[in-house]
Each structure stands twice: as structure tokens, then as C-alpha cells.
Design a protein around this ligand. Structure first.
Ligand SMILES: NC(=O)c1ccc[n+]([C@@H]2O[C@H](COP(=O)([O-])OP(=O)(O)OC[C@H]3O[C@@H](n4cnc5c(N)ncnc54)[C@H](OP(=O)(O)O)[C@@H]3O)[C@@H](O)[C@H]2O)c1
Length: 349
């Protein structure tokens, strides 16, 4: 099969580097363009990037010349890891020029005609794309987003509970990795020996994005789920992997064993379709009382599985859970790649 040529916008950042790592040997996609800011444009990728991953820069990419993040680019699909303010201008310019855009940025997540997608959770929301193209006058291009990294981790754990028992209220407290703030991100002297009680803009995202993800597609719009969520977000001195302490009120009574079973059995369309980046089991459910932990559980299924454990009664809501997800893999680059794989499998690419 001829691979689809892909470009990466903001290829030099933390998420951009994950895209390059995850796409290096992808069976369907081949990196043909790397773009970043004008600071990096014109340089060899290996010279422009401050590479942070333990695997080496793929040789082909190391020698590519970085270009500016604007069309035209030598590709059909662009993965965007742009800062949100830049994404607001640049992503529609690519879609208007005929590119399929799979974005990590928050700029368009709340737009009614833009799918906010987790392929295991709401694959049918891709059904917004024909009306998006029509109303925006985009012939072949389109724009799909993935949620904020903490939201993905939360919603992966909530979705099977919503389906099996209903979920009526959620309180979530996050302990978010420093890599979630990009590079160089939070100054080390602020975060070492400390917990930072303010992660810019995360709490509103965590309280709203799940409502769209768990909402239902009615014709050309999404009806938001009716689910109050209270989020407390914190930054901690963990390199990768967001940890979230969650309390849920369910729609009906259930036992801890039923919860465990439903989480363990969870599967979605990516698993049915055998998409290349889909983990065989989207959720791992470690039994030990001291799991999940970011260091031990963030890399489950190459970072694409979310770990849910410590399922125990909550004296205020019904149940308490602890959830860990890899913020730059399942929470960012891996999420956008899985979205693009679903689009390809469903004929949007
Ligand atoms: N880190 C995470 O866990 C995570 C998770 C989910 C979503 N996100 C989202 O993903 C995006 C990138 O985050 P990050 O963590 O990778 O940030 P980062 O490490 O700070 O990287 C920023 C990237 O944006 C590029 N950039 C900055 N200004 C630009 C401009 N005017 N035009 C084109 N490119 C520009 C930079 O290129 P230069 O190197 O040339 O400056 C660099 O590649 C953000 O929207 C973030 O909210 C991040």
C-alpha cells in the first residue's frame, strides 16, 4: 500500500517529537514535511530541535529541512501540535487549502462543527465533517481535534461506566506531568519539591470537553451530555503521565467487581477495526492497591492504554478510582494519530 504523506506542524515541540517517534515506522503514514516557527524554518530538523525522547531522531527526519507552518506543504494530512493561538489562524488555512488536519490544539475543540474525538468513545462524531466542509466551503480539507490530555485520561475511564451504569456526577483531582506544559515549560525551581496548584486553563477544559465527547450526534450538531464535573488540576514533578483521582456518582447501583469487569472488557471501534495504533485493551485494570502509578503504568500498550485502579467506595459519591494516562502519547500525538487512522478507515482520507 502506498503510504499517505503527512506533515507535522510544531514538529520541534514536545508533542511534535512524539509525532515523529510514533510515525517513524507507521504502516499507513509517512512523514514528508516538518514545520515549526520561523525561528526553526530553514534549519535541518536535528539542528532545530532540542530532542527529549530516549529513542534517536529517525534518520530520514533528522536531515529534513524545517519549513514554516503554513500551506502549501508536501503532504495530504497534517498533524498539528501548534500553540492554540497560532492554531486558530493556521489550521483553517490548511483545511481551506485541501488538507485533512488532525489537531492537538484547543483552538477549535468547542466549535460546534468540529469533531472532538476519541475513537473508542465517540467515533460517530466524525459525522459532523460533511456539514463542516459545506458550511466552511472546504472542498477536500477538514479539521478534527483531540481533547486535552487530562480530559482523554478521564473520559477513557468514564465511558464504560457511562454505558453500563450511567454517570451522574464527577469530581476529579489531577496530578499532571511537567511535560504537559511543553518545553521548557514550568521552571524546575518552581516544580521540584512542590505541587503547583494552577495549571493554566485546564480546569474549564476538563469540565466542558467530556460533555461534548459523551454527548450525542443529532443530525449536524452535538447535544452535550448532562454531567456536572468538578475538576481540580495540579502540576507535579513527574516527567510523563497524568494521574487523576476520580469520584463518581453512578446512575444505578453496582459492585466493585462489576466496575472492574466493565472497565476490563471495554473495547471500541478502533479495536474492532484493528487500527494500527489501537491498543488491544484500551484500559488496563491493575489489581494491586498501590497501582496505577505514572512510572509503572504510563507506558502500557506503548502509552496508548489508560490504567484504572484503586476502585473503592466513596462515602460522598459512589466510587473512587485512580486513573493514569500518558499525556504526550494517548493524551496528544497518539490520540491525533488514532483519529487520523479512524478517518482513513472510514473513508475521510
Ligand atoms: N505537552 C502535552 O502533554 C500536550 C498534550 C495535549 C495537547 N498539547 C497541546 O499541543 C500543543 C503543543 O504543545 P507542546 O507541549 O508540544 O509545546 P512546546 O514543547 O512548547 O512546543 C511548541 C511548538 O510550537 C512551535 N511554535 C511556537 N510558535 C509558533 C508559531 N508562531 N508558528 C509555528 N510554530 C510555532 C514551536 O516551534 P519552534 O521550536 O520553532 O519555536 C514548537 O514546535 C499545544 O497546543 C498544547 O496545548 C500538549
Amino acid at each position: 500500500m502506498k503510504k499517505i504523506p503527512v506533515g507535522i506542524l510544531a514538529a520541534t515541540g514536545i508533542v511534535g517529537q512524539r509525532f515523529i517517534q510514533l510515525l517513524a515506522d507507521h504502516p499507513w503514514f509517512e512523514i514528508t514535511a516538518v514545520a515549526a516557527s520561523e525561528r526553526s524554518a530553514g534549519k535541518r530538523y536535528a539542528d532545530a530541535v532540542h530532542w527529549l525522547l530516549p529513542t534517536p531522531i529517525p534518520e530520514r527526519v533528522a536531515d529534513m529541512t524545517v519549513v514554516e507552518s503554513r500551506p502549501p506543504l508536501d503532504c495530504a494530512l497534517v498533524f498539528s501540535a501548534l500553540p492554540s493561538d497560532v492554531a486558530r489562524e493556521v489550521e483553517p488555512a490548511f483545511a481551506a487549502a485541501g488538507y485533512v488536519v488532525s489537531s492537538n490544539a484547543s483552538a477549535y475543540r468547542q466549535e460546534p462543527d468540529v469533531p472532538l474525538l476519541i475513537p473508542e468513545v465517540n467515533p460517530d462524531h466524525l459525522g459532523l465533517l460533511p456539514s463542516q466542509q459545506k458550511s466552511r466551503g472546504w472542498d477536500h480539507g477538514c479539521l478534527v481535534t483531540n481533547p486535552n490530555c487530562s480530559t482523554i485520561t478521564l473520559v477513557m475511564a468514564l465511558k464504560p461506566l457511562v454505558d453500563a451504569f450511567g454517570v451522574e456526577q464527577v469530581i476529579v483531582t489531577t496530578m499532571q506531568a511537567t511535560s504537559g506544559a511543553g518545553y521548557p515549560g514550568v521552571p524546575s525551581l518552581d516544580v521540584i519539591d512542590n505541587v503547583l496548584p494552577h495549571t493554566d486553563g485546564e480546569e474549564p477544559k476538563m469540565e466542558w470537553e467530556p460533555l461534548k465527547l459523551l454527548g450525542s450526534l443529532n443530525g449536524v450538531e452535538i447535544t452535550l451530555a448532562d454531567l456536572p464535573i468538578s475538576a481540580h488540576c495540579h502540576r507535579v514533578a513527574v516527567w510523563d503521565g497524568h494521574t487523576e483521582a476520580v469520584s463518581v456518582k453512578l446512575g444505578r447501583r453496582a459492585t466493585a467487581d462489576e466496575l472492574r469487569q466493565v472497565l476490563h472488557d471495554f473495547r471500541g471501534l478502533p479495536q474492532e477495526l484493528g487500527l494500527p495504533s489501537a491498543p488491544e485493551r484500551p484500559l488496563s485494570v491493575p489489581a494491586a492497591e498501590n497501582r496505577p502509578q505514572p512510572r509503572l503504568d504510563r507506558d502500557a500498550a506503548g502509552g496508548m492504554a489508560t490504567a484504572v485502579g484503586r476502585i473503592r467506595p466513596c462515602p460522598i459519591l459512589d466510587w473512587k478510582l485512580l486513573v493514569v494516562g500518558h499525556n504526550t502519547v494517548r493524551g496528544a500525538a497518539g490520540a491525533a494519530i488514532l483519529n487520523a487512522e479512524l478517518m482513513k478507515a472510514q473513508g475521510y482520507l
